[in-house]
Design a protein around this ligand. Structure first.
Ligand SMILES: [Zn+2]
Length: 117
């Protein structure tokens, strides 16, 4: 790239032009915004962590501490859904729904078990 001030050829990574001393405009940082795009893309394709956790806790609830895990699963899926509402580029709403359903099943099973056992 070249200095915008004097046209001197600049070495990559130079912050100031070696010829005129002008601060190098972010011609190369413009390129680094393209570097930023894949990051944003991977973020956009990323499943919401809370949504995944809600499923993990929901499934865990079938094996251990069903009520606690079930409630955790419900809380996390609700929080995941709220988060996804605020950040629509995040995925995982379906996962959060599954986590919610499993969490509810956990709680219902535990409650029924407590009543009838
Ligand atoms: Zn220059």
């Amino acid at each position: 790239m070249f200095c915008k001030n004097c046209g001197n050829r600049l070495n990559p990574g130079e912050v100031f032009c070696s010829k005129c001393g002008a601060r190098v405009e972010d011609g190369s940082s413009q390129n680094s915004t393209t570097e930023g795009y894949p990051v944003q893309d991977s973020k956009a394709g990323k499943n919401n962590t809370m949504a995944i956790l809600s499923i993990v806790f929901g499934v865990l609830g079938f094996f251990v501490a069903g009520l606690i895990c079930g409630i955790l699963a419900i809380c996390m899926s609700v929080s995941a859904k709220n988060h996804i509402k605020s950040f629509p580029e995040e995925k995982g709403e379906n996962l959060a729904t599954i986590g919610l359903i499993i969490g509810i099943i956990d709680v219902v099973v535990i409650v029924l078990y407590t009543i009838f056992a």
